[in-house]
Write a protein that binds this ligand. Structure first.
Ligand code: ARG
Length: 277
């Protein structure tokens, strides 16, 4: 009998996570700042709330901690908590938004950070938090091209001490990094290659030889906008091809319908700010 039994191929291990979420109490689409938003499409706020509660329930069932940020009237996009900032260990960087319609969210998220015991740090240049700042192991993948200013990447590297890899986004449909790339565990990502410039695509190939590349069909339902605990991957239910790829790679896909929130151009990850340990 071998004494150390090797893990089965592709075994994936989950770890307990800490998230913050903001209920879509005031969610509407009253302005359009990304190609997914159409102000003539009616939004069912009650349905958005029900879908959001389902997502929150999934995290609870998986054993994760979810802190709640109080939503504010007049800030319809505040539900996309990922954009509130970037938190790692005791460092909390608050967002600086690209569009004036979202600017006041930064104060709301900074207040929540302060109340949670962090000292919110700011950047001079635009950064839209975890919409564009995704931690993989100890490397920070940082998007630029539509929202986060490339110069903010250096500021965030200095504030956090993390190694930053800047990635250029080129397709307006995939305006935040978290719409084009999913972090699955400390070394594994999935992404949609056409969303990136040639140079960034090449860099992703160098960094992640075993990355999952998703199809247009999955990318166009925001299938990459997922939250993973290393094993369980909560993803938009419509991304069925990606779910199959995940299963094949040893992950556990959990589909959730956030169709109302898709009308604002966001899904699972956008609604979830992770407090990285
Ligand atoms: N309507 C919001 C905006 O355009 C959606 C943000 C989605 N969030 C995200 N992390 N991708 O800013």
């Amino acid at each position: 009998m071998p004494t150390d039994v090797a893990a089965p191929p592709h075994a994936r291990k989950s770890s307990t996570r800490h998230y913050a979420m903001t209920a879509p109490e005031y969610f509407t689409v009253e302005y359009a700042i990304n190609p997914w938003m159409d102000t003539s499409t009616p939004v069912d706020t009650e349905r958005a709330l029900a879908q959001w509660h389902e997502l929150r329930g999934i995290y609870a069932d998986l054993g994760h901690t979810v802190d709640l940020v109080t939503p504010r009237a007049g800030l319809p996009d505040m539900v996309y908590a990922a954009n509130g900032g970037f938190l790692v260990a005791r460092t909390a960087v608050v967002a600086r938004f690209a569009y004036p319609q979202r600017a006041a969210e930064a104060d709301a998220y900074a207040e929540w950070m302060a109340r949670s015991g962090f000292e919110p740090l700011t950047t001079q240049h635009v950064n839209e938090g975890q919409g564009d700042l995704l931690l993989v192991g100890s490397t920070l993948l940082a998007g630029w091209g539509f929202r986060t200013d490339r110069r903010a990447h250096d500021e965030i590297a200095a504030l956090t001490g993390l190694t930053v890899e800047s990635l250029e986004l080129v397709d307006p449909r995939f305006y935040h990094l978290d719409t084009a790339l999913a972090v699955l565990d400390d070394t594994t990502v999935a992404y949609y290659p056409p969303a990136f410039s040639d140079a960034s695509r090449e860099r992703l190939r160098q960094l992640f030889g075993d990355a999952i590349e998703v199809s247009s069909a999955d990318a166009y339902v925001l299938g990459l906008n997922v939250v993973s605990d290393g094993r369980n991957v909560v993803l938009p239910a419509a991304a069925t091809g990606f779910a199959e790829q995940l299963r094949h790679a040893g992950f556990e896909p959990i589909g959730v319908d956030l169709s109302e929130l898709l009308k604002g151009g966001g899904s699972v990850k956008c609604c979830t700010l992770e407090l990285h340990s």
